[in-house]
Design a protein around this ligand. Structure first.
Ligand SMILES: Nc1ncnc2c1ncn2[C@@H]1O[C@H](COP(=O)(O)OP(=O)(O)OP(=O)(O)O)[C@@H](O)[C@H]1O
Length: 235
């Protein structure tokens, strides 16, 4: 039988800071299929990052359940979560977190050296269109190119899933489109299940499905019958 990559049931997250409780997730149910490209939209504070952080093993749920390929993720201890992250998950954040004193190739090598079945750094950089920039340092690259190095670093270990939190948030439209093209091509060419958080409604058009968040819940899921190529998006 077909088994989703993630099955999320009644996922709840409450942050407690002193006396204050914040209900970041209030019972999220969602399935994510193999090879899917999801875009997560919703107002600030609606719980998008909290969900991706739990799916990515960076945070733990208060209640509810996440199954990853049938195994229970929500019950894992810190050590197993670290292994899960290392083996299965690629992250891309708004700020690229590259090591400034290392070239693009060396930044990607940091990950490939500790992975079990990595791509060559050169292969990962070529996939994101940076074949000609491998020996440049971050300061010699544009914001979009730096973000594509971060994507190459995330995909080089061949993760099953990629989680991207505002990957184009710091980029202008033209540069951001190149970053989206890189994400779409990785999803298409190596089948990496991908979820992208954005505030930019236009980006929803490149997804298979758009998940709308409101107040810690999934308010609506839209299916795109036809996906728009990233090159046609602008903002
Ligand atoms: N570590 C934390 N401690 C306390 N509260 C937190 C923590 N992380 C998130 N929150 C709160 O949980 C709620 C959901 O936050 P989350 O970052 O998931 O929203 P978001 O939809 O990703 O927002 P944004 O689009 O602004 O990034 C917010 O009210 C936020 O302030």
């Amino acid at each position: 039988m077909h088994e989703p990559v993630f099955t999320i049931e009644g996922l709840t997250k409450v942050y407690r800071t002193g006396e204050v409780e914040v209900h970041a997730l209030r019972g999220v149910d969602l399935e994510i299929d193999e090879g899917e490209f999801l875009v997560l939209l919703g107002p600030s504070g609606s719980g998008k990052s909290t969900l991706l952080n739990i799916l990515g093993g960076l945070d733990q749920a208060t209640a509810g359940r996440v199954r990853f390929r049938g195994g229970d993720l929500t019950g894992l201890d810190e050590r197993r979560l670290t292994l899960y992250r290392r083996e299965n998950v690629g992250f891309v954040f708004q700020f690229y977190n590259l090591v400034p004193s290392l070239t693009a190739r060396e930044n990607v090598s940091l990950v490939t050296e500790i992975s079990t079945d990595p791509m060559r750094p050169e292969e990962a950089l070529e996939m994101v269109g940076l074949g000609a920039r491998m020996d440049h340092f971050p300061a010699q690259l544009s914001g979009g190119e730096q973000q594509r190095v971060a994507i190459a670093r995330a995909i080089a270990k061949r993760p099953e899933v990629m989680f991207c939190d505002e990957p184009t948030g710091a980029l202008d439209s033209k540069t951001g489109v190149r970053v989206l093209e890189a994400l779409v091509s990785v999803n298409r060419d190596i089948g990496t299940t991908t979820a992208v958080i954005t505030h930019n409604v236009a980006i929803g058009d490149i997804a298979h499905r758009v998940v709308h968040f409101a107040d810690g819940r999934v308010a609506r899921v839209d299916v795109n019958e036809t996906r728009r190529p990233a090159s046609e998006i602008s903002w």
